[in-house]
Design a protein around this ligand. Structure first.
Ligand SMILES: [Fe+2]
Length: 308
């Protein structure tokens, strides 16, 4: 059975690594590794454990890839079998490349509807550097990532039926919130209906409601656009604040989230498509939110299966 530990990392393309490193380190409060990682990438801790945020230099700001941590080698084998049964191509990351990133065996898939690159790895070693230290905010964890897709139902079906994600809630015809079973959090992934595939936003969970309030004023003073919030999402119960990074990628802080038991979880709800299903507090919508964020699609590679 495919079983996950968690959303492990999100890798983004940014147009100016130094500028973005300073922003994420000094204003968002993730902990920089300092020394660049493989391929010149900048790594950041998003709480305890290995680096959850990775930045690459890229011409088009947006998503490079998403890493999901599996529970075990058995889970990886089950994933490969499910992909084969669904006729979805995959390859295993070259062992030297995987090791450079601290990953054990890692299966890479191009999601068929969004073309987002998804990594599924069975273990991860820490690449070193300073431990996470709370500075401007107490970051709890990398929370979730949201993708835009023109094929909402088909994309959700792929994650649910092939990858064994579970639907926690939906906003009717517009958003599907999913958890990586049996990870308890309401969503580590959401899909939003859109004309084109794109990155919607990346979320970091914070530890206190004060982290939301302090950020609102900190961003105001620093000229960081706050594009939505503070508010409260009815589906997950999370308090939220959305802001823009230097490339105008949308980043969210959230505080609090419903958790699901592995067994006898409540059924998913379908909320009506209305503003109050997105925010209980009536925050205005800024048109700059979710406006930037391409999805990098690799050139097709031949299958490089190694055993699995
Ligand atoms: Fe979010």
């Amino acid at each position: 059975m495919i079983r996950y530990k968690q959303l492990g990392y999100v890798a983004l393309n940014v147009t100016d690594l130094d500028r973005s490193e300073a922003f994420y380190r000094d204003l968002v409060g993730v902990t920089a590794r300092g020394e660049p990682g493989p391929q010149g990438a900048r790594l950041f801790r998003t709480g305890p454990g290995p680096h959850g945020l990775i930045l690459f230099q890229g011409a088009a700001p947006g998503l490079k890839r998403i890493g999901f941590e599996l529970e075990s080698a058995q889970a990886r084998e089950a994933l490969c079998a499910a992909l084969d049964a669904a006729g979805v191509d995959w390859n295993e990351l070259d062992p030297a490349e995987a090791d450079a990133w601290g990953l054990g065996r890692c299966v890479r898939v191009v999601e068929p509807h969004t073309t987002a690159v998804l990594d599924f790895y069975e273990s991860r070693r820490d690449l070193g550097g300073p431990a996470y230290a709370s500075t401007v905010a107490q970051i709890q964890r990398l929370g979730h990532i949201v993708l835009k897709t023109p094929q909402l139902a088909d994309t959700a079906r792929f994650f649910r039926e092939v990858l064994n994600f579970r639907v926690s809630d939906e906003v009717d015809g517009a958003i599907v919130f999913m958890r990586a079973f049996p990870n308890p959090y309401h969503h580590c992934l959401a899909l939003g209906r859109s004309a084109q595939p794109a990155l919607h936003h990346v979320n970091l969970m914070v530890s206190e409601v004060d982290d939301i309030g302090r950020a609102f004023w900190r961003f105001g003073k620093a000229g960081v656009p706050v594009v939505f919030g503070p508010g409260r999402h009815p589906p997950s119960g999370s308090l939220f604040l959305y802001f823009l990074d230097p490339d105008a990628l949308t980043v969210e802080y959230s505080f609090g989230m419903e958790e699901f038991p592995e067994r006898d979880a409540r059924a998913p709800r379908t909320l009506k498509l209305a503003a109050e299903s997105i925010d209980e507090w009536g925050a205005p919508h800024d048109p700059r939110k979710y406006a930037v964020g391409s999805i990098e699609t690799p050139t097709p590679r031949p299958r490089e299966r190694q055993g699995a």
